[in-house]
Every structure is written in C-alpha cells, then in structure tokens.
Design a protein around this ligand. Structure first.
Ligand code: SF4
Length: 301
C-alpha cells in the first residue's frame, strides 16, 4: 500500500493527528493536518479531539506538546531529531546567573529543553518575545538560550538591561552580512525578510525581522512579487503554497536544518504502527516546565 494511504489508515486506527513544523520536508508538510511553529501547534492540540499527537519536528517540540497536553499520547517520528540550541545552557549556569543577578527575570526561548524551562520564569516565542519582555516588571533580564534573539529584543527595549547566554541556532547564526549583500545583488529590489535568530549584522540589513509565521504573513500581505528569505528553507513550502504568483529566493548556501529533515513519511508510519518515540515526562517536571508557559500566556493577553 502506498505510504500516504498507510498513514491515513493508521491515523484513523490510532485516533491521531499530524502536526508539522514549517521546517520539515515538503512531503511531510503535505501530509500534515496542521502546519505551524511549535507553540502554535502545541496550543492548537489542546482543543483537538484526537488522543494521539504526531509531532513532526525536533524533540523539544514533542516535549512542549506533552507539557501542554498531558492527557494525550505524543509521538516523535524520530526522537533523535534534536535542536542544538535547545541545550546551549545548563541549569547550573542559569542558577549561577540568578545568583549574580537576583532581581533579574529568567526569560527562556521556547526552543529549549523541558529541563531548561523548569529553571525559567517565563517562556517566549520569536513572535511574542518583545511583548512579553516589555510586560515584565523586572528591569534586568537573563535571556536564554539564544543570544541573537536576546540581542534583537534588547535592541528594541533600551529601558531594560540584558544578560545574554552564548547560545545560538547553528543554521541561522552561520548566515553572514555578505550573504545578504550577495542575495540583494542577485535579486535587486526584493525585500529581505529575516528571522531574529540571525546575527545582528544580518538583521541590520533586513527590511523585516520576524518569526517564521511573521515572515509568512509579511510576504502574503505585501504586494512585491519577489522576496529574499533569510531563514530555514522548509518555510518555502508554505510561502509558495500561499503565494503562487510570487518568487522566494533563499540565501546561498541554503539554510537547512538537517535534524528537521530527519522526519520522513516512513518514520511517521512506523511511529503510528509501533507507538515508538512516545514522549514521557515526570508529572513534577511537566508541571514545573508548564509554569513559564502559563506565565507567557498570561502576559501575552
Ligand atoms: S533551525 Fe535552529 S533553532 Fe530551529 S530546530 Fe534547527 S537548530 Fe534548532
């Protein structure tokens, strides 16, 4: 039987829904019931009737889905798919920073392990970080684990003092200002849309800085017919689907998150067939990791 039919059959049998991140392979996004960033997908899952969530993305996304949906079974088609940045600070280092800055709030980018969330006061996404940090009463902010997102938010909030961690997304951080210059020379007039995980020298050259969904919305809402996209290449699937008359140019070399591409249709079918790759979290850890997510939701209102 064709793999797509097998997945459809297994989805029905297992009462499952497939949630895919924007950065996974095109054929996986095509097979998904919902596509989005990790927080959107986890939150959306709370209101879905299905009992099993197949999370097509890296492991911290499976954890986030489990934290917000403790009563559901969460399957990761490839639990080895991991985000390097999610581990780029230790709980010990967070504790040391707290000791050095006792009045600071620890703000944790959602691209982080459940363990790191348990040491944090509030989580943020790249879409809501500015709003959340602005709303915090603390003047001092310890921003983990991504230095580049932290520096971008800090540049918008001069009234606050930031303490950064030297974490970064290896895919976005390797993009240089020279890469942007080359793309602009190749596609004159095309607006540059960049993700805030890029280094400051890249963001300075962007016409728009925003999350993956922000980039998608910007390109869809504006009338230009060509754009230079400065984020992971998987977003191209949705950009092209939503904007058939427009052209999207990625910088060279094309930013590709290998771990996101680990997810294949075969692995989705295998997870549904066997139940392998189930995400489990201790109740105490889940509840401590949930607290900063709840705080984020409260401040985002
Ligand atoms: S693109 Fe970067 S931040 Fe996103 S999952 Fe890959 S390594 Fe992590």
């Amino acid at each position: 039987m064709e793999i797509r039919e097998t997945i459809q059959r297994l989805k029905k049998e297992q009462d499952a829904v497939i949630l895919a991140h924007y950065y996974v392979r095109d054929e996986v996004q095509e097979m998904a019931d919902y596509i989005g960033d990790s927080f959107y997908l986890s939150k959306l899952a709370v209101d879905l009737p299905q009992k099993t969530l197949v999370v097509c993305g890296v492991s911290f996304m499976g954890e986030s889905a489990k934290i917000l949906n403790p009563g559901k079974r969460v399957l990761l088609p490839d639990p080895k798919a991991d985000c390097a940045m999610a581990h780029m600070i230790t709980p010990e280092k967070v504790a040391a920073l707290r000791q050095a800055h006792p009045k600071a709030a620890v703000v944790c980018y959602i691209n982080s392990t459940a363990e790191l969330k348990t040491c944090s006061d509030v989580c943020v996404t790249s879409a809501n970080a500015l709003k959340i940090v602005r709303a915090l009463p603390n003047e001092e902010i310890i921003f983990i684990p991504d230095e580049n997102l932290g520096r971008y938010i800090a540049s918008q909030l001069p009234e606050k003092t930031f303490i950064f961690n030297d974490g970064h997304c290896p895919i976005h951080a390797r993009i240089t200002a020279a890469d942007i210059d080359a793309a602009k020379a190749a596609h004159p007039g095309a607006p540059v849309l960049a993700h805030p995980e890029c280094v400051p020298a890249v963001l300075e050259k962007a016409d728009y800085v925003g999350s993956t969904s922000g980039i998608l919305n910007y390109a869809t809402a504006h009338s230009e017919t060509a754009y230079i996209i400065v984020t992971e290449c998987g977003i191209g699937y949705k950009l092209r689907q939503q904007n058939p008359g427009k052209e999207f140019f990625f910088i060279t070399p094309t930013p590709t998150c290998e771990d996101m591409k680990f997810i294949t249709l075969e692995k989705i079918a295998h997870a549904l067939e066997t139940g392998e790759g189930e995400v489990t979290l201790e109740d105490a850890q889940r509840s401590r990791a949930n607290a900063p997510l709840e705080q984020m939701l409260a401040l985002a209102k």
